[in-house]
Design a protein around this ligand. Structure first.
Ligand SMILES: [Zn+2]
Length: 102
């Protein structure tokens, strides 16, 4: 699916229509989603060095092979206002196999 790089949209901060830059949301890691989360990434590594292994915790992704069979992903768009540089989200996410910015 092809999406234009720039769009004229309503900015909630400027309270008027301005030019917006369109982009996809950055993939969130554990640190960005939960900055105050308990534990660190080093601990499982050190546990492995002590010869205790990771108790199977890192051997497969969450859900394993039972899920993740879909070929499309949800498109998460972010609009950045060129005037105030604030970012806001699209109203609704939809599914698409491939996203291109033209
Ligand atoms: Zn704005």
């Amino acid at each position: 699916m092809k999406i234009p790089k720039a769009r004229h949209l309503f900015c909630p901060t400027c309270k008027k229509h301005t030019e917006h830059k369109v982009g996809e949301a950055k993939k969130k890691t554990r640190g960005t989603a939960h900055p105050m989360s308990w534990g660190n990434k080093l601990r499982p590594y050190l546990r492995g060095r002590m010869g205790m292994g990771n108790m199977g915790k890192l051997s497969k992704p969450p859900g394993g092979r039972m899920f993740n069979r879909k070929t499309s992903k949800k498109v998460d768009l972010r609009f950045t206002c060129n005037t105030c540089k604030k970012t806001h989200m699209a109203g609704k996410a939809w599914r698409s196999r491939k996203v291109e910015f033209i």
